[in-house]
Design a protein around this ligand. Structure first.
Ligand SMILES: *[C@@H]1O[C@H](CO)[C@@H](O)[C@H](O)[C@H]1NC(C)=O
Ligand SMILES: *[C@@H]1O[C@H](CO)[C@@H](O)[C@H](O)[C@H]1NC(C)=O
Ligand SMILES: *[C@@H]1O[C@H](CO)[C@@H](O)[C@H](O)[C@H]1NC(C)=O
Length: 327
């Protein structure tokens, strides 16, 4: 989520480690320079192409990170009411399908969401490469459908709503949903791990309290099974990616730090524990201009699996995707 005001003042804890990875631009939105453009969310297709939702336009772009070539894949007309696209996630409905769920709201200016404008869409990629978009659900009571994450492999997604401070569990076959989690002030990007053996975890950014935390949730209902566990604090944060270790609940999160224009790694241990994860800045000045925002990161696939892609914007030029080589 992009915010230009209302960021709490924070003294960032001192980090002595010097960020070492040099961000390299992979893709820049073509055409006349649009300094207010930004990508809100990224997802990587099985073939390695990146899908990027624009926060400042109802468009999804497809980028080949190996060549830097990119094209507009989806452009929704104004009549759809999908003015600003938000989170996107793959969802598995059946064998061989390639279906994504994405959100939209009408956000005429930062922090101003038009009431009743939130919608959830599906994007189906055919083998031919063509894309078809369908409206799945309008959710008039919702606000900013910020993050979307698949929950299990049975056609369900969790959707965070920053304005309503809630998480919805949606059945993508029908568009029906429940609201398993509420009172999540500042909720922004979300990711899931599991479920296995009846439960899993929702990882979530909170740009208000400047934290990354996780909540153990029930496999069937996605309701909380215990208190939230804090993984990082005093951290400007937007959306993020996770790289979990093979076993257990240890791993690393790679945070897009919003207006800090950087990527920070959080290495977290097994919980419950009172220990916070270890923060390391991976790369700073992502826009190369000393200002701008980083909304989200995502890992590549195949030979790009150790490459971390970050969406950056509002650094003076048009929205970009930069790569951090972590191999
Ligand atoms: C939302 O999208 C509209 C165009 O559809 C754009 O004019 C507006 O600036 C966008 N809002 C933000 C916060 O980028
Ligand atoms: C949410 O917070 C409000 C105010 O603190 C409280 O009254 C309410 O019970 C909470 N709801 C849940 C589901 O925790
Ligand atoms: C950001 O990078 C650019 C290009 O290397 C450099 O000119 C600028 O001084 C940097 N700004 C900061 C704040 O590091």
């Amino acid at each position: 989520m992009q915010l230009s005001q209302a960021l709490p003042v924070v003294i960032l804890s001192a980090c002595s480690v010097v960020a070492s990875v040099n961000p390299v631009t992979v893709f820049t939105l073509p055409g006349p320079v649009k300094p207010s453009s930004w990508f809100e969310n990224l997802v990587v297709r099985p073939n390695g192409r990146i899908l990027a939702t624009r926060g400042d336009a109802p468009e999804i772009w497809q980028i080949n990170p190996s060549t830097g070539a990119g094209e507009m894949l989806v452009s929704l007309p104004p009549s759809t009411g999908a003015f600003n696209l938000t989170g996107i996630s793959r969802v598995h409905m059946g064998d061989g399908d390639e279906i994504y769920v994405f959100g939209s709201s009408h956000i005429p200016a930062p922090l101003q969401v038009t009431p009743g404008s939130a919608k959830v869409w599906t994007l189906e990629m055919a083998n031919s490469g063509s894309a078809s978009v369908s409206l799945l659900a309008s959710i008039p009571a919702a606000g900013f459908l910020n993050g979307i994450a698949e929950w299990g492999r049975n056609g369900r997604v969790l959707i965070s709503d920053t304005e309503r401070e809630a998480v919805y569990l949606m059945d993508v076959a029908t568009g029906s949903f429940t609201t398993p989690l509420t009172n999540l002030t500042g909720i922004n990007g979300i990711k899931t791990v599991g479920p296995t053996h009846g439960s899993g975890c929702l990882y979530r950014a909170d740009h208000m309290s400047l934290t990354l935390s996780r909540i153990p949730i029930d496999a069937a209902t996605a309701t909380a099974l215990g208190p939230a566990e804090l993984l990082a604090d005093q951290q400007l944060i937007d959306d993020f990616s996770l790289k979990m270790d093979k076993h257990g609940d240890t791993g690393k999160a790679y945070l897009g730090t919003m207006y800090d224009n950087s990527v920070v790694e959080v290495a977290f241990g097994s919980q419950p524990s009172s220990e916070l994860g270890v923060k390391t800045p991976i790369a700073t000045n992502l826009t190369g201009t000393g200002f701008g925002l980083c909304t989200v990161t995502v890992f590549g696939r195949g030979r790009n699996k150790d490459k971390l892609y970050a969406a950056v914007g509002q650094g003076g030029g048009s929205a970009q995707i930069v790569v951090l080589d972590l191999s």
